[in-house]
Design a binder for this molecule. Sequence first.
Ligand code: NAP
Length: 491
Amino acid sequence: MTASPPVDPFDLVIFGGTGDLALRKLIPAMFHRFLDGQIPSESRIIGIAREATDDAGYRDTLQKALIEGGGDKQKIDTFLKQVHYRSLDAKKDEGWDDFAQLIAEQADHIRVFYLSTSPELFTHICNRLGAHELNKGKSRVVLEKPIGHDLASANEINEDVARVFDESQTFRIDHYLGKETVQNLLALRFGNALFEPLWNAEHIDHVQITVSETLGVGRRGSYYDHSGALRDMVQNHILQLLCMVAMEPPGSLAPNALRDEKLKVLNALKHIDSSNAAQLTVRGQYRAGASEGKSVPGYVEELGEGKKSNTETFVAIKAEIANWRWAGVPFYLRTGKRLPARLSEIVVAFKHVPHSIFDASAGTLAQNRLVLRLQPDEGVKLWLTIKHPGPGGLRLRHVPLDMSFAEAFGVQQPDAYERLLLDVVRGNPTLFMRSDEVVAAWRWADPILAAWAASGEAPRAYQAGTWGPSAAVALIERDGRTWNEDSEDEE
Ligand code: NAP
């Protein structure tokens, strides 16, 4: 990664500093930035949680996590000198004076308060940060998803946070926006003359966005059962990806220019409610099956004995954007747990050529497809039709122009959190969601949830290790299309 300009000294305070997200993502991200010389030596990382430990105890925990992640022990120990810990309960007053004093020791530092806790703590934490006047000066707050579980609760969180932090200080993180491929979508669309003239209903047949996981709910069952795939994945990540594909060219990459365009897309999404949810959506829930060669239990078994649930672990949706650019172009969205592969990708399928000059013996003419892979191996493929090399008549082949970033640039791409955390320090909110985007996304999702609840129908069963219920295949196939299977020469 090309080194970005250094940032000013900062304090990063992680509420929920002992949690899964902090240990797996946030701390490793900061360690990698440290290795790249991006963290000024006076900067501090301060973990906060209720657990009664101290700086030394917290550093031990982090050391273990970073060594497990393959870090060099000596470098880890140097990094950990910048790490501190304070034990406090976000819901209680004790401990906050001591914490505020620690922050006051470096009054000129940029302050980033990262709320890596359950959202029910957001109001408590913000109120106490406000009461100790820690929201002043160069302070910012980062909110992890989920921001609410419906429109009303999202509004409540936004209002509570806004009483303490201005919108310009509030960074709602969606780590999908920090992924290299998503940034590359901007570069592809707006840095090449090739695509933009074709980027519309006249030339694009449809778009697919898939975010699939092989894992089940595991230990997150009690959280997930109140959420489900629509809230957990579609309302945030998938809609954000859809916005990046569908938005009009912003005038610049200035934060509000980009976010204004995304908001227009969200506002233009066609409503799905009780009148059309049965045609346009499919919900599923996994049953026992096989994943990565092992037998795995079904969703309700994972929840625990005697549990019942109507929560969807899979959803497929045919969405549409009601504007001139996209009228009539379906956006097929799909996400689920316990699917056959872990992948996130956007597929832009172009229309067929209007007339074939080739004999039937040449083979079928496939659509051009632009496939943007976000994970596991980030990259871009543009599928083209060429002639099969050699003699034997003209036979057509469908092959990709393939740019795997790891191969093309010879480096492991930085994790999205690395970029996003330093964007917060720099005060650049371009890749973060504004409150009106969150509200618009819930405005679209709420009627779908209401329609499902009103129907009283259970989610359709699918076997773990398959691509969801057969109705999800029917959703796209009845339009004469298929879900993308990215295999070479499949035609
Ligand atoms: P987690 O493993 O359950 O960690 C929660 C953290 O909050 C722990 O450090 C916990 O420590 C602390 N905490 C709980 N109650 C507290 C209180 N009253 N006062 C102070 N600290 C308290 O959760 P997580 O997986 O890290 O997720 C954190 C948030 O990020 C959740 O909202 C989750 O939905 C979201 N998120 C997580 C991921 C992920 O990959 N894990 C991804 C995206 C979003 P103590 O119990 O010691 O206080």
